[in-house]
Ligand binder design. Structure first.
Ligand SMILES: *[C@@H]1O[C@H](CO)[C@@H](O)[C@H](O)[C@H]1NC(C)=O
Ligand SMILES: *[C@@H]1O[C@H](CO)[C@@H](O)[C@H](O)[C@H]1NC(C)=O
Ligand SMILES: *[C@@H]1O[C@H](CO)[C@@H](O)[C@H](O)[C@H]1NC(C)=O
Ligand SMILES: *[C@@H]1O[C@H](CO)[C@@H](O)[C@H](O)[C@H]1NC(C)=O
Ligand SMILES: *[C@@H]1O[C@H](CO)[C@@H](O)[C@H](O)[C@H]1NC(C)=O
Ligand SMILES: *[C@@H]1O[C@H](CO)[C@@H](O)[C@H](O)[C@H]1NC(C)=O
Ligand SMILES: *[C@@H]1O[C@H](CO)[C@@H](O)[C@H](O)[C@H]1NC(C)=O
Ligand SMILES: *[C@@H]1O[C@H](CO)[C@@H](O)[C@H](O)[C@H]1NC(C)=O
Length: 334
């Protein structure tokens, strides 16, 4: 919990940060939502980050996507199922937290495939960093990536989710999509849980977009539409989104500028404290408790420190603070 004195100190820091000459120039150019940063390549994760489950265990070992015959006809499926972590227990039972993926079935070979995008080190590690005694800055294991593998596990998707054909494409379109998917995978490297916007209205300003499994599916549909795919618009496609609500975010800096020798000790300590209560845990129960704790902290303190593009932002939080939704995002028009 933050004392009143700390709050005033912090506020003073923010005011000088926001109204400093450099910042004014920066602010005028600020584009909302802040564009998700693309990288030239995907770095090797730090060995500190260890997955609880192997990423993409049944994927092709060299990460390739098989080439289809140009004249093949390939059915595309929308795949959705509850996230296993949230399937059991009553704590989050009433939230509809779904995982999205895409299925493909070749009519020439009869083979089918699944493409999905998810966390390398589980969701908790993408949402909350590790606060390590020996490292000043919070330590993030937040990479996410695409996994392409042979097979569709019908039962898994059909049980409490969906497996629905949405369009049919040619093999040639599939191959172009595959090329795009590999580039997308190389340049979009980290997972972002939160969508941050100004208020509840659907046309509210969006400060930050999430970058998760459903965004991968939406990007792929969009790519297929650009390649000429015609979607069955009668199908309703809802997705899980996790929102934070805040006033205009304030840019704080990157790891070096905050936690380095030239950094602000006050802000550095605040960010560390903030994340200390939410550090990732092994057990499902602890992750759920952390999420509830976020809710408390955020509502009482009206403060959130968002990590986006490997930079920190201060969010002046507003009611209703946090919300899970399961709303429609229609299939693309051609
Ligand atoms: C998160 O990262 C830690 C440290 O690398 C690791 O031990 C753990 O298995 C990861 N997963 C979860 C769910 O915490
Ligand atoms: C995406 O990148 C990850 C991490 O490098 C890799 O394991 C995976 O095979 C890649 N997926 C695709 C579809 O290229
Ligand atoms: C697809 O093209 C191959 C030659 O590349 C041809 O042998 C085959 O008959 C064609 N199949 C269809 C369904 O048009
Ligand atoms: C995908 O292939 C597997 C194995 O052949 C089969 O059991 C499953 O029904 C197929 N699913 C779809 C949607 O084609
Ligand atoms: C699927 O949903 C039904 C009804 O809501 C529930 O009783 C059942 O336990 C769920 N099954 C799984 C595997 O989640
Ligand atoms: C969106 O904005 C317009 C104009 O500002 C307003 O008239 C409309 O009511 C808003 N719609 C929603 C759903 O908030
Ligand atoms: C961090 O921010 C400082 C100051 O704005 C900048 O000079 C530096 O290049 C940034 N470092 C990275 C890794 O982006
Ligand atoms: C899907 O989204 C629509 C519109 O956003 C909503 O009216 C509907 O209730 C949602 N469906 C479910 C099952 O939540």
């Amino acid at each position: 919990m933050m004392s009143l004195a700390t709050w005033f100190l912090l506020t003073a820091e923010f005011v000088s940060a926001v109204f400093g000459a450099e910042r004014v120039a920066e602010k005028q150019q600020q584009v909302w939502p802040v564009p998700y940063k693309r990288f030239d390549y995907r770095p090797k994760p730090d060995p500190f980050c260890q997955p609880l489950y192997t990423f993409c265990p049944t994927g092709y070992s060299d990460g390739h996507i098989p080439l289809m015959k140009d004249n093949d006809s390939i059915e595309v499926f929308r795949l959705q199922a509850p996230v296993w972590e949230f399937k059991y227990g009553d704590l989050l039972g009433h939230f509809k937290i779904m995982h999205d993926a895409i299925g493909f079935r070749s009519s020439l070979t009869g083979e089918n495939y699944t493409a999905e995008w998810y966390e390398l080190f589980q969701l908790g590690n993408c949402t909350f960093p590790h606060v390590r005694p020996d490292v000043a800055a919070p330590f993030w294991c937040n990479q996410g990536a695409a996994c392409f593998f042979q097979g569709i596990d019908d039962q898994h998707w059909e049980k409490n989710g969906s497996l629905t054909a949405v369009t049919i494409i040619t093999g040639s379109m599939f191959n172009q999509m595959a090329k795009w998917m590999k580039e997308d995978n190389e340049t979009g490297i980290y997972y972002e849980t939160w969508t941050v916007q100004a208020h509840l209205d659907t046309n509210s300003t969006v400060w930050f977009e999430s970058y998760d499994c459903s965004k991968f599916v939406l990007r792929t549909y969009q790519k297929l539409a650009e390649l000429g795919a015609i979607f069955d618009k009668k199908i309703q496609t809802n997705y899980t989104r996790i929102f934070l609500y805040s006033g205009e975010p304030v840019f704080l800096g990157n790891e070096t500028s905050i936690f380095g020798p030239q950094g602000s000790a006050t802000i550095a300590a605040e960010i560390r404290d903030f994340y200390y209560s939410f550090r990732p845990h092994q057990s499902l129960k602890e992750i759920l408790l952390s999420l509830l704790k976020v809710y408390d902290e955020v509502c009482l303190e009206k403060t959130f420190y968002l990590f986006y593009n490997f930079e920190y932002w201060y969010l002046p939080m507003k009611s209703p603070f946090i919300k899970f939704t399961y709303e429609e995002i229609p299939l693309p028009n051609t």
